[in-house]
Design a protein around this ligand. Structure first.
Ligand SMILES: [Zn+2]
Length: 453
């Protein structure tokens, strides 16, 4: 596959699958592949609004048009100019009809041969949703069906490419096979965190769905669209808090892409920016686990911090605050796990070390993939906070953490972020990001990271 197709294949162990499941898997992968070219038409990292809006339109003009026609800011339309020069909204399923028919054909082929009735139903619903633009029935079915070891997510899902308004969704897909053992282990930590009582801001707006949260660790077979570009290590769906509250969420961890990121980025960064004697205390396996825990805690954090009105209040600042607060809140929650003996102190330290390394990964990634910029800005806020509180000391690009101070800094930061996400205003978020989000903190380490991409 060529890079411009926005498709990434992974080697995945299929020996545990039946002959029928292997055939089904092939059709699912074909469907995912067929989504790549649609994404390629949407993406454009040189413009804040990607290709979702005409590049000649100002933010004001778009908002103005949306005042008369709410479809302009729908997550599922492309905005174009008509012959008179007015802005009009064209639904995705019409704009990309020909390409979507190919995707739907593969999904239906998989549905026809699978021996699982409910999975077949899910695939038929998904195929129809892609073609008629009504995603809800299909989403609800997926959220409430009994999980099956094969899974696919496909369609216009994440809004990260719309850095202008954080409204438009990008086409993407993944296909994976459940890793049962890793899923069970992750479940233990998740429930231990959910069991702790918490204080809650803005109770009225809080979206609560913990009992309806399903979580699994997967070996991934293919990523396409925005997933292939962002090489994400986890995902949580749906993105609509109303649906979340009613039907719960499905969190998926992509252990395969985490493997790739850990060995090509997280671990090499660790070796470059941490002091040599310090490194002796943390074996590679412990850090690999620490890296996974960051992703795991991030999604746990998300599930605990959903407020129905955050997006409306924080607008395009929302993803920055949302993505950072999830990880920080998740790590903070580990404090109680150490006290209960579910996690060791060394394990938490590995989580914090990997938080720092992952910050640099986001920074490096954001240079070529603008859709992950929100993560890079968020992590810069945390690093700046660590440096200013003495939690991370730095000299010539080499650092030494002070874990007690770092945990305190995380608790402090978590409080500020929780306030922003639950009751903060647009201006509060803007001011917070401008004050702490400087990328200078990354530049201090830049010479150590030369040649890394
Ligand atoms: Zn997230």
């Amino acid at each position: 596959m060529k890079k411009q197709d926005a498709v990434v294949h992974f080697k995945v162990e299929t020996s545990g699958l039946t002959a029928n499941e292997k055939k089904v898997l092939r059709y699912l992968v074909a469907a995912a592949e067929a989504v790549g070219p649609i994404y390629v038409e949407q993406e454009n990292s040189s413009y804040l609004g990607s290709n979702f809006y005409p590049h000649s339109a100002s933010k004001e003009e778009i908002l103005d048009a949306a005042g008369n026609n709410p479809k302009i800011l729908s997550p599922y339309t492309i905005v174009e100019r008509n012959r008179d020069g007015d802005l009009i909204a064209i639904p995705y399923h019409i704009k990309f009809k020909d390409k979507l028919e190919i995707v739907a054909k593969h999904l239906r082929s998989a549905a026809k041969i699978t021996e699982r009735k409910d999975f077949a139903e899910r695939l038929y619903l998904q195929a129809s949703a892609l073609l008629d633009g009504n995603y809800e029935a299909s989403d609800i079915y997926w959220l409430t069906m009994k999980p099956y070891r094969l899974d696919i997510a496909i369609g216009p899902l994440d809004k990260l490419d719309d850095r202008l308004f954080f409204k438009k969704t990008s086409y993407e897909s993944w296909v994976g096979i459940e890793d049962k053992k890793a899923t069970e282990k992750a479940g233990i930590i998740q429930h231990a965190i959910y069991d702790v009582k918490r204080k809650i801001f803005a109770t009225r707006e809080k979206a609560d769905f913990l009992e309806k949260t399903k979580m699994r660790v997967e070996k991934t077979s293919v990523f396409s669209g925005l997933f292939a570009r962002g090489m994400f290590t986890s995902n949580s769906l749906p993105i609509d808090p109303q649906l979340m509250e009613k039907y719960g969420i499905r969190i998926t961890f992509f252990d395969t892409s985490l493997d790739v990121k850990f060995s090509s980025q997280h671990y090499p960064i660790y070796q470059k920016i941490f002091e040599r004697n310090f490194q002796k205390e943390y074996p590679r396996d412990l850090l690999r686990e620490g890296s996974f825990r960051n992703v795991h805690l991030h999604e746990i954090g998300h599930s605990l911090l959903r407020y129905k009105d955050s997006e409306r209040r924080l607008r395009e600042n929302f993803p920055i605050v949302d993505e950072l607060s999830a990880t920080i809140y998740g790590i903070k929650s580990c404090g109680s796990l150490v006290l209960k003996g579910i996690m060791t102190e060394k394990e938490i330290e590995a989580i914090m070390i990997m938080f720092v390394c992952r910050a640099f990964t986001w920074w490096l990634d954001s240079k070529r993939q603008k859709s992950v910029e929100a993560f890079a800005i968020g992590h810069a806020i945390a690093l700046n906070h660590f440096i200013s509180t003495g939690a991370l000391r730095e000299s010539e690009g080499i650092s030494w953490p002070n874990f007690t101070k770092m945990f305190m800094a995380i608790e402090e930061l978590s409080d500020s972020l929780e306030r922003l996400i639950s009751i903060g205003s647009y201006e509060d978020a803007r001011a917070f990001i401008e004050k702490y989000g400087s990328f200078m903190v990354y530049s201090r380490f830049a010479s150590r990271l030369k040649g890394m991409t």
